[in-house]
Design a protein around this ligand. Structure first.
Ligand SMILES: [Fe+2]
Length: 281
């Protein structure tokens, strides 16, 4: 039976006593799912998984969807995106800089990501953690007047990093080829978004893919989005998870913003990633 132990007051819980390479009993999965909704992300330490076992675990959460960047899919399992700063024969073996700014996964799609699941294969000695910011807590703390003013606003999203569109920068969104660009278009999401499963409201993707607000001129919309993201990524809402080899982490994209580290290219870091979509509304 799984043991759930909170990692901080802000976000995160460690779950031990589970071997993810084996099928999970329904009652155990329900507990794990409840822990995810309560703590925003969960970590299972010391796991050993083959690529098919990792995919089988992800299917407990819903439907995995391969990333639009298909250059670094795992050779046997296209649902796995390889994130790595390692090069072999002069070629990168994975995607190097994936989302080094605050964002939430697949917010540029009509049906966004329910959760993102990473399996730590190689862990850098320094600066290798993912920074999370709790958007449920950040919404709760807003003054009532602000909550009422922003509830109901609809935000326009597109693939990319609103605050850095310089293609030469390492904090731009990972670049798409022309054919990949044709697969993404504009979508709309509520700024204050009720959680698809629990109904609890959070600020949604106020950093990252949000470029405008319906019925508002762009300058005014960007000022509001930037004001909200400055609030919601403040230190008091942040927690950094530093990986150990064998960690499997699952995070709730409806409740968190996250930012990947800018890695040192001489300090190897390799993770497998699967992104599971929300159920279609
Ligand atoms: Fe991400």
């Amino acid at each position: 039976m799984a043991e759930v132990e909170p990692l901080s007051d802000v976000a995160g819980a460690r779950i031990t006593g589970v071997d993810l390479s084996r099928p999970m009993r329904e009652a155990d999965f329900t507990r794990v799912e409840t822990a995810l909704h309560e703590h925003c992300f969960v970590v299972f330490p010391r796991q050993t998984l083959s690529a098919p076992q990792f995919v089988a675990f992800s299917r407990l959460w819903g439907w995995p969807e391969p990333h639009v960047i298909d250059t670094y899919h795992h050779p046997q399992e296209p649902n796995i995106l390889v994130l790595s700063n390692v090069s072999r024969d002069g070629k990168p073996i994975g995607l190097v800089d994936a989302g080094t700014y605050f964002h939430t996964d697949y917010s540029y799609l009509e049906v966004p990501a329910r959760c993102t699941i990473l399996f730590a294969i190689q862990v850098p000695r320094r600066h290798g953690g993912t920074t999370f910011a709790n958007q449920t807590r950040a919404f709760e703390d807003l003054p009532q007047e602000t909550k009422e003013r922003i509830d109901g606003l609809v935000v326009r999203h597109h693939y990319g990093n609103r605050d850095d569109t310089d293609e030469a920068s390492r904090t731009v969104a990972s670049l798409l080829s022309d054919s990949q660009k044709q697969k993404v278009s504009w979508v709309r999401h509520r700024l204050v978004r009720p959680h698809p499963r629990t109904g609890v409201k959070s600020l949604y993707a106020v950093s990252g893919s949000s470029f405008g607000i319906e019925g508002m001129d762009d300058a005014q919309a960007l000022a509001l989005l930037r004001e909200l993201s400055a609030h919601s990524t403040h230190e008091r809402y942040r927690y950094v998870h530093h990986y150990q080899v064998g960690d499997v982490i699952v995070w709730d994209n409806a409740q968190l913003l996250h930012a990947a580290p800018l890695t040192d290219l001489h300090d190897p870091r390799t993770l497998w990633r699967i992104t599971v979509k929300e159920d279609r509304p």
